[in-house]
Design a protein around this ligand. Structure first.
Ligand SMILES: Nc1nc2c(c(=O)[nH]1)N[C@H]1C(S)=C(S)[C@@H](COP(=O)(O)O)O[C@H]1N2
Ligand SMILES: [Mo]
Length: 510
């Protein structure tokens, strides 16, 4: 007797789901063993994201933009498993559905991974064929298993137990292979990065002196540790270029196109600088801003080697995952000293922040300049190209607006009013901060003490000592930049070119 007539649709859905999960887990495991087999989850996810309607994509990016991108990879896996469940149900009716679906699964995996730079056809095709084949065999075994001779006289129960046990076993195998694959991929790239050496600049910047920061609890550190640094990008899974084969191409309107290896770059003069970078999406009072010490080479040294041609009005950065940004060429030469950064706070760039190399252009929001995992610098005309976010409604030029933030007290905090220290950060790269003022309960503006800036490109901390009577209070902050311009009180949202307004908080003193 054939069991397919007796298996429920729910059971078939579970069988389909775990079989699809197993196929996915096996491809991930193969990707864990060699980067010549790219991760199907990452590749298909990237594919879906590229093909998704713009609204869906923007929703995903704004939702997951600051979250761990693992969430999006999990999303892709989840969709595959749902499709697997559907395949399980349909296979009860039509036997051809399962082979067709796993065939499509394999083809989609191969097509999607083939666009990855490390893709190698033979191992990838073998790995994906084996994985899809295994998924198919397991699904068929679960669905169309002949019912064994009843031994305990309760055939229904015994075969049900076996079925549930098998589904659970396959599900566990799917989970283990998937997790092991992911781990192997991450470990491999971590090993590579840890083996990386950061070239030392001839003149190392002195560590921040005692006047570079205030000892105030809950105040954001002047130099934000890498592990706390904000992260924003569209990458579904963190790109992990192989530093051995990585090249920085310099193309377009140049006299000599270049393809620099990491060693070539490291042989150039190494410099370092404290630079505050910010996301254009940062709300007033938000945390998508941070300051780090960046080590790298001057962008102009690279540009000069390529020979920038007349009329090349835009410098486009392109990452290994196809993301792009662009800014006016004159800004590379106006003294702000954009960097091709290799290091962040004294260690090679963390994968999240662009290893092996990224651009840092002081004074520009990240979306027009700070290309992580960069693989190409293209010189083109100003009108010749629009970076990733420009057709999505953000301004083509993105200078960072002067901003200030109250870190202490926190919004809604209740704390002793006497003595009370209010403190925060203020930034206006590359103009520097001249003055920060605080207003309490609508009173006079009080000038804050400032730390000694690490550079004109870096933020400063500010602090005000007060004593306030117990009760509810409101504090506002505003900064004046090195050009004498004070932040406008007008409140605008981040789109299209950065939020304005004064950070305002309510708090209570006891
Ligand atoms: N490859 C790539 N680089 C990118 C982005 C991206 O989506 N992809 N986002 C940019 C944006 S919008 C910002 S604000 C900065 C953030 O850099 P961080 O994640 O190191 O803080 O990276 C920029 N570089
Ligand atoms: Mo950003």
């Amino acid at each position: 007797m054939n069991q397919s007539a007796t298996i429920s649709r729910r059971a078939a859905a579970f069988a389909g789901a775990v079989s699809a999960g197993l196929a996915l887990g096996l491809t991930e495991l193969a990707a864990g063993f060699t980067d010549r087999v790219p991760s199907s989850v990452a590749a298909v996810g990237g594919f879906l994201i590229d093909w998704a309607p713009r609204s869906v994509k923007e929703f995903a990016i704004s939702t997951f933009g600051t979250a761990d991108k693992g969430a999006l990879a999990l999303g892709t896996t989840f969709v595959a498993i749902l499709i697997g469940a559907l395949v399980g149900i349909l296979s009860l009716r039509w036997r051809w559905v399962a082979p067709a679906a796993f065939g499509v699964f394999g083809v989609v995996g191969i097509v999607a991974t083939s666009t990855e730079t490390t893709f190698s056809p033979i191992p990838t095709v073998i790995a994906i064929a084996v994985a899809s084949g295994a998924g198919l065999l397991v699904l068929r075994a679960l669905l169309y298993r002949e019912v064994e001779t009843p031994t305990d006289g309760v055939p229904g129960n015994s075969s049900r137990r076996i079925f549930i046990g098998s589904v659970a076993g396959v599900g566990m195998a799917a989970l283990l292979t998937g997790v092991a694959g992911r781990r192997l991929i991450i470990n491999r790239s971590e090993r590579v990065r840890q083996g990386a050496v950061l070239p030392t600049p001839p003149m190392t910047l002195p560590p921040p002196g005692p006047n570079a920061s205030f000892a105030v609890d809950e105040l954001t550190p002047v130099v934000v540790p890498n592990s706390d640094f904000y992260r924003i990008d569209t990458a579904l899974v963190v790109p992990r270029p192989d530093p051995e084969t990585w090249r920085l191409k310099v193309t377009g309107m140049v006299d000599n196109e270049l393809a620099l290896s990491l060693d070539d770059v490291m042989a150039m003069p190494i410099v370092e600088d404290y630079v505050t970078i910010s996301c254009v999406s940062n709300d007033v009072g938000g945390h998508l801003v941070g300051n780090a010490k960046w080590t790298g080479v001057r962008l102009v040294d690279i540009l000069d080697r390529a020979g920038v041609q007349e009329g090349a009005g835009q410098i486009v950065g392109r990452s290994v995952d196809g993301w792009t940004s662009g800014f006016p060429t004159p800004l590379a030469y106006d003294g702000r000293e954009p960097l091709l950064a290799l290091g962040m706070n004294g260690e090679p760039l963390p994968p999240n922040h662009g290893y092996p190399a990224r651009l840092i252009v002081p004074g520009l929001y990240g979306y027009v300049s700070a290309t992580k995992w960069i693989e190409e610098i293209e010189l083109t005309t100003w009108d010749g190209f629009d970076g990733y976010w420009i057709p999505r409604g953000w301004s083509k030029e993105g200078p960072i607006k002067t901003q200030s933030r109250i870190d202490r007290p926190r919004r809604g905090q209740s704390l002793p009013g006497a003595p009370l220290v209010l403190a925060g950060v203020a930034w206006a790269p590359t103009r520097g901060i001249e003055r920060v003022e605080v207003q309490l309960d609508g009173g006079d503006w009080i000038e804050a003490d400032l730390t000694t800036p690490l550079s004109d490109k870096a933020w400063v901390q500010w602090k005000v000592d007060q004593s306030l009577a117990p009760g509810d209070h409101e504090a506002k902050v505003r900064a004046t930049d090195g050009d004498g311009m004070t932040q406008t009180s007008e409140e605008t949202s981040p789109a299209p070119n950065g939020a304005t307004g004064w950070h305002t908080i309510d708090f209570t003193t006891t």
